[in-house]
Design a protein around this ligand. Structure first.
Ligand code: UDP
Ligand code: MG
Length: 336
């Protein structure tokens, strides 16, 4: 029924060329400069456009600032969640409301430079349906974050069933066809950059150096980053499930070898220290660990099945600006 949400909400305005989709979570320190940089690029381009700001349940002044922007510039539209649903859901919701021929998704903290938009549009004119921005470097981020992100993208690439390009985030341009395809996907666990790659439309990369955050703190503490990484892997790969089987097989081989060794030691040296209490304790702990890891992996998949079968709406909206009220009612009813 997720497909129904999208078809109902996403209505195209034939005059609009591009829609900028920007998730906002407690970004009061960046919104003004974000708008200034965006409006510069927009006036250079001189094409019909809209800015869709998705307030992801901010608790600071973000929503007020968004409303002020809306009052002074009708190209600014917004939706506001009833609570914080997370970055990926905010992007998903923004895409549900896009009216332009293409959507360009970017972060609010200007780590994704808006000045890249004209080049992205040029590539779209050349026929690419997806233009994703690929980082060739990251400024002002800790070595630890850089290393973990570097490793994660490479592991994901090895494990995933679809070809998810490395070092790409959500900063990208998507054609209407891709937006419709994403909007028709009913799943609640949304790793947008993976889903985007999954659609398989003609795509290309555009390289850029990722700037540091303009102001404020990252809204992705390490725990959230890990959870995003697990979402990416579990949504796009069944290799971890197979890992359980491999671990089981390895343990079985290990156990058979140990049986042989214990018999051998018993026969040759009945007082051998290898067949005592320590041996038993170590094997119990080892097997306990293997089993718990496997249950944990199963839990990740089963938890996701549970989330999906509940069929709750993906988000709840408390307010929208510049978009019709019918959309708000539709979005909040449970039978979407
Ligand atoms: N964001 C969001 N909901 C969240 C966390 C983040 O909408 O729960 C937004 C945030 O406002 C920003 C984007 O997602 O526009 C990326 O977040 P951030 O810059 O903090 O992540 P980082 O660049 O540190 O990975
Ligand atoms: Mg950022």
């Amino acid at each position: 029924m997720g497909a129904k949400i999208a078809n109902m909400i996403s209505s195209q305005d034939p005059n609009l060329i591009y829609s900028l989709v920007i998730p906002i979570y407690n970004e009061e320190d960046t919104i003004t400069q974000l708008y200034d940089r965006l409006s510069k690029v927009m006036s250079q381009l001189a094409l019909e456009s809209e800015i869709i700001l998705v307030d992801d349940g901010s608790s600071d002044r973000s929503l007020n600032m968004i409303q002020e922007l809306r009052n002074k510039d009708p190209r600014v539209r917004y939706i506001s969640f009833a609570r914080n649903f997370g970055h990926q859901i905010a992007v998903t919701a923004g895409l549900n409301f896009v009216q332009g021929q293409v959507a360009i998704v970017m972060d609010a903290d200007l780590q994704d430079p808006p000045e890249l938009v004209p080049d992205m549009l040029k590539l779209w004119h050349e026929g690419f349906k997806i233009v994703y921005a690929q980082r060739i470097g990251r400024k002002d981020e800790s070595c630890f974050k850089r290393l973990s992100v570097y490793l994660f993208y490479r592991i994901l690439r090895r494990l995933a069933d679809v070809d998810i390009p490395i070092d790409t985030g959500d900063f990208c341009l998507m054609d209407r066809q891709v937006i419709e395809a994403l909007n028709a996907m009913p799943e609640r666990n949304r790793y947008v950059r993976g889903l985007r790659a999954w659609t398989g439309f003609k795509q290309t990369a555009i390289s850029y150096e990722r700037d540091g955050r303009l102001a404020g703190e990252s809204k992705y503490p390490f725990a959230k980053l890990v959870s995003l990484a697990i979402d990416g892997i579990v949504s796009f790969s069944r290799v971890p499930l197979r890992l359980a089987t491999y671990l089981g097989l390895i343990t079985a081989i290990f156990a058979i070898v140990m049986i042989g060794l214990v018999i051998y030691w018993r026969l040759t040296d009945p007082n051998s220290q290898f067949i005592g209490f320590a041996m038993i304790t170590v094997s119990v702990f080892f097997l306990g660990a293997v089993q718990l890891i496997c249950i944990g992996i199963l839990g990740e998949y089963i938890g996701r099945i549970y989330e999906e079968v509940k069929r709750r709406p993906i988000y709840t909206l408390k307010e929208i600006g510049g978009l019709s009220n019918k959309i708000l009612q539709d979005a909040n009813t449970h039978n979407l």
